[in-house]
Design a protein around this ligand. Sequence first.
Ligand code: HEM
Length: 430
Amino acid sequence: MRLNPFSRVYLTDPAGVWRRILDDPGGAHYAEDLDLWLISRHAHVRRALADAATFANALTLVPVYEVCPAALSVIMQIDAPPTTAAADPPTHPRTRRALRATFANTAERVEAEYGAIVRRRVEQLVSRLAARQGEQVDLVPDFATELPLLVVLDILGVPDADIGRIRSWADGQIALIWGQPDPAEQVRLAQGLLEFWHYCEELVRRRVDSGQQGDDFISRALTYRDDDDSVLTVPEVASLAFNLLVAGHETTAGLLAHALDQALSDPRRWSAIAADPGLVPAFVAETLRFAPAIDGWLRVTTRDVTVGAVTIPAGARCLLLIGAANRDPAAFQDPDRFDPHRPDVGNHLSFGHGPHFCIGAGLARLEAGIAISRLAQTIPGLRLSPEQHRSYKPNVAFRAHRRLLATIDIPASSDEPVARGGATAEVRAG
Ligand code: HEM
């Protein structure tokens, strides 16, 4: 089986490639050129995500290609202890407990603890866009990537003055691990990541030295630690901050861009959302299923394991194709149809499953919900530019738009009632 995640076809029409893999009997396939085992069916991906004893996380953040020696020597200096996506038992259950205690991860806690931050940042960005009426904007840098970054920095208590530096570092890890950088780019990205890690260490060290306590994540984690290394070490607090800054940014940016792309692809959908914000949660859930921001995730086997009709050997890296699992006809009826009203809309695997289930899922849903409804209400005349050529950044795991061009038009109020009625029906029908 061949899979070239950097090919033009995969970067423009991944669903066609997933269909071919799903249709192939066997259940799991070895992709020689990637040296990865592909697992695509919903039941298999779900089981692998849940079974941390067989499908471990140790290599999840190790680059998928052979890193050049110069970049490798920089990467080796990043001594962040594994705490989240790269941690296995016995560390992971302990660090996960710490994360659950200090980072809001249920809908109620997220609303209570982060709702005000998200609304303030959404208002700031939406009004900045609204002021550009008549102009063409790129919704990726002007909105989708900016909002999650500002929100996660507020949550972590990072000073505003540092935003510029963090913006330039934040995407580095994703391109370095799952992208296709040439050697010079590998070195540049690795150096950025090392600086970013030192920055997180320094951020935490300063907080420890000053003894200042606030309501931000770092303060909460230090209070939770209570000077007890068996609970959490200071480098582990820095590592959690480092992971949250990366994990909370590009992922939600991807979700926002995919949701805006879907919502704006037909002006009637956009009008329906503007008229009825109650449609938004199901719309976001279906976007997560249909166009996941992370469509592949890595695990490594700890023993020989049978998946479908195939035995995967111990020590094999597996690419769990979340995007394919979300289009598996055995799990979803008419899977290639975008339908926010399907009864099992939340049954996707886009936030993972089991012990590593995304801790930021509640925050991502809240951000996307508030952002899409406010944007639709404030700028009902937002339209995708007709000369749109969709393309995604080359990446094995993250599917992120390069750009999403749109124009900000003054709404034509005369046709509004017709558009609203028809649009609501259309969104309801998917
Ligand atoms: C649309 C947005 C997001 C998507 C699609 C997403 C997706 C994922 C996925 C697929 C995993 C792996 C789950 C598994 O292995 O079972 C994960 C883990 C994680 N996510 Fe997210 N994520 C999103 C937003 C966020 C946000 C906003 C944060 C925090 C600010 C966050 C923090 C994390 C962390 C810390 C982990 C590791 C959890 C662990 O290993 O215990 N994510 N996410």
